[in-house]
Ligand binder design. Structure first.
Ligand code: CU
Length: 364
């Protein structure tokens, strides 16, 4: 499709989406077709020289990186530890790239939702409150009874299954197996409920723990801002190019542990590549022995890996999806090791890829 005039505005689409459940309504009424038209549209809406208003969003991707939510704990009779959280589904407009607003559905007002962290063998309770205008659930990856699986059609008579607006339900299960998991809504249409932002990382630490490290969570996601069933913005932790604007500060020679989760909807594969370095890969984090020493891994939706590496030299090191289209539409960032004072990030990024703002007047 070549006619740009046929593509509606973000505001128009958001208005349309509020009238219905999102995707289908907006698609039908806008006449937008599937494919790459939306990407041209997204380029036009990236505002040069601006950054996202993190305060308005209510979360900052730099802080999300190392924000692990251990919940509240108490000892049960018999000595076992109960770990408990409350997750509230809320509809909320967020800014996913400078000037690009998106009507998200969130857990606790943030995308991704809180990184829930527990230890192997604990008893977990997640109190879910649905304050959204749409039915939702929380489906956890892990090992648990059917009633606790967050599946519509399973457990409604016991108060579970699909949780309607205004309703609540408590999921209870044991923390198993140790590894890196995720949680997400499982209400149909599933793609829309996930793509809107209802997901988060879920870490179960092995009983003996892992070696001391600088730990961070990277949830690879994307946003279909014009509801054409293709993403216009790609990111780690929601905000496109955030870690170009604000490189991730790490220390030289310190062990870095990345909890990498792919929840990207509408594209079959995502990937992670780091420049000038290699990492140990622990697929799903379910073994304490790495399976691979590499600089690139590929993940389908729902796949995750724990990556460990050290940077032996100070400098700015790019990391990005080794899918050029994703990298150019936001899935690009930098690690800043030490205090290199070597380069202009905007110039470096522009040299690597065709950024929407063209590299002039971009992030300083
Ligand atoms: Cu949902």
């Amino acid at each position: 499709m070549g006619a740009a005039a046929a593509v509606p505005t973000v505001a128009g689409l958001n208005a349309l989406s509020r009238n219905g459940l999102g995707g289908e309504t907006a698609l039908a009424e806008s006449g937008a077709s599937n494919g790459h038209t939306g990407h041209e549209f997204a380029h036009a809406t990236f505002a040069p020289g601006r950054s996202v208003d993190h305060r308005a969003n209510g979360f900052d991707p730099t802080e999300l990186l190392r924000d692990f939510d251990w919940g509240k704990t108490r000892r049960l009779a018999g000595g076992r530890l109960l770990r408990e959280w409350t997750l509230v589904a809320q509809d909320k407009e967020i800014e996913v790239a400078p000037g690009v607003k998106y009507e998200a559905w969130t857990y606790n007002g943030r995308v991704p939702g809180p990184t829930l962290r527990a230890r192997e063998g604990e008893k977990l309770r997640i109190n879910f409150v649905n304050s959204s205008e749409h039915p939702h659930t929380i489906h956890f990856h892990g090992i648990h009874p059917a009633l606790m699986d967050g599946m519509p059609g399973i457990g409604e008579r016991q108060g579970g299954g699909q949780i309607e607006p205004g309703e609540s339900f408590s999921y209870e299960f044991d923390a198993a197996p140790f590894g890196l998991h995720l949680y997400h809504c499982h209400v149909a249409p599933l793609a829309a409920h996930i793509a809107r932002g209802l997901y988060g990382a879920f870490i179960v630490d092995p009983e003996q723990g892992r070696p001391e490290a600088d730990e961070m969570v990277m949830v690879m996601n994307g946003f279909d801002t014009n509801f054409d069933l293709a993403n216009e913005v790609y990111a780690v932790n929601t905000v496109g190019f955030h870690y170009v604007n604000e490189p991730i500060r790490v220390k030289r020679d310190e062990l870095l542990r990345i909890y990498l989760v792919n929840v990207l909807e509408y594209d079959p594969l995502n990937s992670f590549h780091v420049h000038a370095n290699f990492f140990q890969n622990y697929p799903t984090g379910t073994s304490l022995e790495p399976s691979e020493y590499t600089d690139t891994i590929v993940q389908g939706q729902g796949q995750r890996s724990i990556l460990e590496m050290k940077f032996p030299f100070d400098g700015d090191y790019m990391f990005h999806a080794h899918v050029s289209e994703f990298a150019e539409l936001g899935w690009t960032g930098f690690f800043r090791v030490g205090d290199p004072k070597l380069l202009s990030l905007a110039a470096a990024a522009a040299a690597y890829c065709k950024l929407p703002w063209g590299g002039d007047g971009g992030p300083a």
